[in-house]
Design a protein around this ligand. Structure first.
Ligand code: XIL
Length: 344
């Protein structure tokens, strides 16, 4: 009797201290829903970090999808016109293969992280199309069968739905989008082709523009498989009804949806207090995704708050991911885990 009481008390104490929860974290998110893609963006050369072992261990335990955070971008992978550097991305793929993860390729055509040799050159239209084609052929060809899905074009629109005046837009106009997607399908017919952007989660002028682009693609036979919603948001959350409606209209066009770069930033002066709100936002977004059959995966843009782009980019914000700087699961982690478990 006494022993039984002691065990019950011990269990309650463990629960209160979060021991039980920590033990559950050891199982990993990926094991909760093997049918769902749960991923993260991997830091540059993560195998060389001073805590590489811990990084790799948590990554392998938790995730079944990996995106190289930077090391497939044009400036890194194709730094000179006749030089391709595949080694770092290859190491990501080797890690993925070893740990049965899918790979998300990021990114082929983007306004940022373009190498100087591209920006400095005066391009004739056909010459630039050829350069884009050979980049797509070479990069997608190199990773054929190893990359499950590709961000073909990233961030082509402004917030008001007009085209961003990017390097690509200035040189090739709107046509750079269908040209890139058509070529990508030829380069790797099995890879899923994504258009990826931020602030397109809810109904707004930018997501309207993406929707219209896909409608035009459908009409003209331009291939596209999915929309990537980056989901860089705050602990204030997003309009969930609008998010659901937006996913629905994209699903009705026959598209899949991936949440590709989620982070939920908290103001630096309210880090502790913001954790419950952050947990709720992660849970709501994941729940809505799981309730929409077209939504096939969710990735966070990083893993531990120790290596996150957020504090560098959004001044005064941080702590946006599922694991703290010591790789300990945060309330948001347990909220995500709970949603995955309870929707099985
Ligand atoms: C960011 C990386 O996280 C940083 O390390 C890098 O310095 C700049 O790019 N949208 C994207 C990503 O599609 O490629 C960006 O990644 C974050 C915003």
């Amino acid at each position: 009797m006494l022993l039984k009481k002691w065990i019950v008390n011990a269990l309650i104490l463990c629960g209160a201290l979060g021991f039980g929860a920590t033990a559950t974290a050891q199982q990993g998110l990926r094991s909760q829903r093997p049918d769902f893609l749960i991923g993260f963006a991997a830091a540059n050369d993560f195998w060389t970090l001073q805590d590489a072992q811990k990084f790799s261990e948590v990554a392998a335990r938790e995730f079944n999808l990996i995106t190289p955070e930077n090391q497939m971008k044009w400036a890194i992978i194709h730094p000179e016109s006749d030089v391709y550097q595949f080694a770092a991305a290859d190491a990501h793929l080797a890690f993925a293969r070893k740990n049965q993860m899918k790979v998300h390729g990021h990114v082929l055509v983007w306004h940022s992280q373009i190498p100087a040799w591209m920006l400095e050159k005066n391009w004739a239209r056909n010459e630039l199309i050829d350069a884009m084609y050979s980049h797509i052929d070479r990069v997608m060809g190199h990773f054929k069968n190893g990359v499950y899905m590709w961000d073909v074009v990233n961030e082509a629109f402004n917030e008001d739905g007009s085209m961003r005046p990017s390097f690509w837009q200035k040189n090739l106009g709107d046509s750079h989008l269908p040209l890139a997607f058509t070529r990508a399908r030829l380069a790797d017919s099995r890879a899923k082709l994504l258009y990826n952007d931020y602030n397109i989660e809810t109904l707004n002028r930018k997501s309207d523009a993406v929707y219209k682009m896909v409608q035009a693609f459908r009409k003209n036979g331009v291939p596209i498989d999915a929309i990537g919603m980056q989901m860089h948001i705050t602990s204030g959350g997003i309009d969930m009804t609008s998010f659901q409606q937006n996913m629905k209209r994209l699903a009705n066009l026959g598209l899949d949806i991936y949440i590709t770069e989620m982070d939920v930033r908290i103001p630096k002066n309210a880090q502790e207090a913001g954790l419950p709100d952050q947990a709720q936002v992660y849970a709501q977004v994941l729940k809505a995704c799981l309730a929409q059959p077209a939504c096939k995966g969710l990735q966070t843009w990083g893993m531990s708050d120790k290596y996150s782009w957020v504090s560098g980019f959004y001044k005064g914000f941080g702590s946006a991911l599922l694991f703290d700087e010591n790789y300990q699961p945060k309330p948001a982690y347990f909220a995500v885990e709970h949603v995955l478990k309870s929707t099985q």
